[in-house]
Design a protein around this ligand. Structure first.
Ligand code: ADP
Ligand code: ASP
Ligand code: MG
Length: 402
């Protein structure tokens, strides 16, 4: 008898028919003799709809109240799925995040799981019930509801699998597994049989939202056997594990992230300590900086450009303008319509030709590169957002065409 954690995303439970489909899959695993814990997300676009509803009333609603609202989406899903499983004649119980013992820190809208008190889940499993748990939510030390960040149900599932030492954690979604690029934007993308935790973590962090990046981080930390597969067929999915067979593939995936904006400080005094002043100030206000470039400086001045998440652009600009008497930039400019396009692959370590190949693919597609960043297993470039999807396909076909 195995202990299986299954997670079904929003599209997999979007309507009654899909909920019944999930119920059938869950009961099949249960009737085969396994103990089954199911984590579900809010149905279809529910979370987005709730965000819109809130914005109609108060576009600057506090994060605490937003979490209170957004957590209701998952609560609808768990009750409906439990009803569907009841209908199929299997013993089942639904649990909200807090009933399931999820304790988090207090960072509303982006909380981290601190502990899971597994007593209740274990008790239900011992009674041979299927346990349906609401993803994406927990409670903090004040017993207030928190959510784990968009896409966070994956992390709920992996966290339960880690806490209960489950035999496997299966993430069911609307694609057959992890692809070499988002199959919705790159027609030649294909499914990978396996991928290492490290590569998947980079891909997820760089915009491949098929898995929440923290879920991968946690799976790696606790060696959770993770598979990504479709809720609509029985195809073999993708295994995310310690070491993948590299198949001599330099590059494993291409991804893009539209959630970025560029800020440029032009004509900054060319003296020591300027970068420190700028980035220290930005960091102290809790804004994360991503790509950075600094020009070599023509005599008296230099330019510093960097990217931040689009949602943080206005705060960052306000901060820089308020403190420009210290920084003394001649001009501060910004740009929102940019995207970060990245390639990831453990095989890239020490292979100097990869960057050149990526730039060549962009050149051939007449796409201008605005910024570049490299690390051991990834290379990212900033391009105009209108070019991003073409860039993904061009780079994909350069490195990953079959
Ligand atoms: P769920 O609701 O099941 O959590 P998500 O929408 O969060 O589903 O994630 C699945 C989506 O991730 C796919 O529909 C696909 O468009 C997108 N995606 C982005 N990059 C990749 C990739 N490399 N492989 C597979 N899917 C990807
Ligand atoms: N419902 C949440 C979201 O849309 C969590 C998730 O789907 O994983 O972000
Ligand atoms: Mg998701």
């Amino acid at each position: 008898m195995a202990l299986i954690v299954q997670k079904y995303g929003g599209t997999s439970v979007r309507d009654a028919e899909r909920v019944m489909n999930v119920a059938r899959r869950v009961t099949e695993a249960y009737k085969a003799g396994n103990n089954v814990i199911v984590v579900v997300s809010a149905q279809g676009d529910t979370t987005d709809d709730l965000i819109e509803k809130a914005a109609e009333i108060n576009p600057r609603a506090s994060k605490r109240e937003m979490d209170m609202l957004l957590a209701t989406g998952e609560q609808i899903s768990i009750s409906l799925l439990a009803m569907a499983i009841e209908r199929l004649g299997c013993p089942v119980i639904s649990l909200t995040g807090w009933q399931a013992g999820f304790r988090t820190d207090s960072k509303y809208s982006n909380a981290r799981i601190k502990t899971i008190d597994t007593e209740r889940i274990n008790m239900e499993i011992d009674r041979r019930r299927i346990v349906v748990v609401a993803g994406f939510q927990g409670i903090n030390r004040y017993d207030d509801i928190t959510t784990l960040g968009r896409g966070g149900s994956d992390t709920s599932a992996v966290a339960i699998a880690a806490a209960l030492h489950a035999d496997v954690c299966e993430i069911y979604t609307d694609v057959d597994g992890v692809y070499t690029a988002d199959p919705r934007i790159c027609k030649n993308a294909y499914k990978l049989d396996d991928i290492s935790y490290e590569e998947m973590l980079e891909l997820a962090s760089l915009g491949a939202n098929v898995l929440h990046n923290r879920s991968v981080e946690m799976a790696k930390k606790y060696s959770v056997k993770l598979s990504v597969r479709s809720s609509l067929n029985t195809n073999e999915g993708t295994y995310v594990k310690e070491v993948s067979k590299v198949e001599k593939m330099l590059v494993r995936g291409v991804t893009r992230d539209n959630d970025c904006a560029r800020i440029s400080l032009c004509g900054v005094e060319n003296t020591p300590g300027k970068a420190f002043q700028v980035f220290d100030m930005i960091a102290k206000s809790g804004i994360s900086v991503d790509l950075i470039i600094q020009s070599i400086g023509n005599g008296k001045t230099k330019d510093i450009s960097f990217t931040v998440a689009e949602s943080q652009l206005d705060i960052a600009l306000k901060l820089l303008e308020e403190h420009n008497s210290v920084i003394n930039a001649e001009k501060i400019t910004s740009e929102k319509d940019v995207s970060k396009v990245s390639i990831v692959g453990a095989g890239m370590v020490n292979n100097s030709g990869v960057a050149a190949g990526m730039f060549e693919a962009l050149y051939d597609a007449h796409i201008n590169i605005k910024m570049i960043a490299t690390s051991e297993i990834k290379i990212s470039v900033l391009v105009d957002q209108k070019d991003a999807e073409r860039a993904v396909s061009a780079i994909h076909d350069k490195f990953l065409s079959k």
